[in-house]
Design a protein around this ligand. Structure first.
Ligand code: CMP
Length: 132
C-alpha cells in the first residue's frame, strides 16, 4: 500500500549538516520526498507536535531541544512508507540503533537523535497537518 508519512530532521541533524545525507538515504531506499520545508518551530507548535509526551519526565527537554534551531519537515511517500522510514531511522535510543541506520550512525543521545518519523497512520494524521 502506498502511504504518506511525516518526517522531521531535528536541530542536531540540521546543525551537523546531515540534511542532504539523510534525504539521499530516504531517496536511495526508493521513497519519495514529496514536500520539504525548513522551519524554526515556536514553543506552542512543538508542544502540539509532542502532545502525546506531555507530563513525561523528558517533555520540557524535548520541547526545548526541538525549538533550539531550524528543522526540516517533510512528507515522504512510498510503499509501506511509515514502517520503512522507521527501519532506516533505527530505534529511539542510539545505543540500541544498529550501524547503517540514521540514528545508529549519527545520534548522540535519546534527546539528540537526529530524526523523527510518525510511528503509525494515526500519528501521521495528527502530525502532518501541523506543518502541511
Ligand atoms: P521522537 O521520535 O522525536 O519522538 C519522541 C521523542 O522523545 C523521541 O524521538 C526522543 O527524542 C524523545 N525521548 C524519548 N524518550 C526520551 C528520554 N528518556 N529522554 C529524552 N528524550 C526522550
Amino acid at each position: 500500500m502506498i502511504e504518506r508519512t511525516f518526517v522531521m530532521i531535528k536541530p542536531d541533524g540540521v546543525a551537523k549538516g546531515l540534511s542532504d545525507e539523510i534525504i539521499a538515504r530516504i531517496q536511495k531506499s526508493g521513497l519519495k520526498v514529496v514536500s520539504k520545508r525548513r522551519v524554526r518551530m515556536d514553543r506552542k507548535t512543538a508542544e502540539r507536535l509532542y502532545d502525546v509526551h506531555k507530563g513525561k519526565e523528558f517533555f520540557e527537554r524535548l520541547v526545548n531541544f526541538i525549538i533550539s534551531g531550524e528543522v526540516f519537515v517533510m512528507v515522504v511517500e512510498g510503499e509501506r512508507a511509515i514502517s520503512r522510514i522507521r527501519e532506516l531511522m533505527g530505534p529511539t535510543d542510539p545505543a540500541k540503533a544498529p550501524k547503517g541506520t540514521i540514528r545508529g550512525d549519527f545520534a548522540a543521545s535519546m534527546s539528540e537523535n537526529i530524526i523523527h518519523a510518525s510511528d503509525s497512520p494515526e500519528s501521521v494524521k495528527r502530525e502532518m497537518p501541523i506543518f502541511f
